[in-house]
Design a protein. Structure first.
Length: 202
């Protein structure tokens, strides 16, 4: 039968508390190394903003469920989407600086990003058009799978079925944005988010 060792437990507790204190110290902005980027002070979201985000997340989930029903009912040949990823997708869409060209953000997304497009202002019926492969689908003219968005006016790069292909694309736009920075004589002020897609733990 094993015996407890109070001295050892006490030492382990002290070590854990010390490690926690060191981590907190390292995470304080004033303790970041020289040149480390510091985030600006961010005000809490208002109740109105939170409700708006909630509405968008609900809209994103309802859209995905509608697309699933369409596929199961024979109104589309294929479905792939992102139910359960509404919170991330909505936040990314709302934070994106929408527009065309190097002054705006480029988005290299994956096929689970319908919530991001909705938060950017997309009409959900456009996803239904893509599901039905209609010519009025604004993303691909009915020539691509549902969830494979592309919108030049918003710098949304064409989505491909194999994930992580977007990394190679993102390098190119990141280089172009860097060259367009004010320090380089250009007006560029965009960022280049690259959504890695689902992570397989196997």
């Amino acid at each position: 039968m094993s015996q407890s060792h109070p001295e050892q437990s006490h030492a382990e507790q002290n070590h854990a508390e010390q490690s926690h204190a060191e981590q907190n110290h390292a995470e304080k902005p004033e303790n970041f190394p020289p040149g480390y980027p510091r985030a600006a002070h961010v005000e809490p979201l208002s109740g109105e903003q939170l409700l708006h985000m909630h509405d968008l997340m609900v809209e994103g989930r309802v859209l995905e469920e509608r697309l699933i029903r369409m596929q199961r009912g024979g109104e589309g040949y294929f479905w792939i989407g992102g139910p359960g990823e509404e919170a991330f997708n909505t936040s990314l869409g709302l934070l994106s600086k929408r527009g065309e060209g190097l002054d705006h953000d480029y988005l290299h997304l994956h096929y689970r990003s319908s919530g991001t497009l909705l938060a950017m202002g997309a009409d959900p019926i456009d996803a239904l058009r893509q599901m039905r492969n209609t010519v009025t689908d604004p993303y691909s003219g009915g020539r691509n799978f549902v969830g494979h968005y592309s919108r030049r006016a918003w710098n949304v790069a064409p989505i491909t079925s194999p994930i992580e292909i977007q990394y190679a694309q993102a390098i190119g736009t990141a280089i172009a944005q860097k060259r367009a920075r004010p320090s380089q004589g250009g007006p560029g002020d965009g960022i280049n988010p690259c959504d890695p897609g689902p992570v397989n733990s196997d």
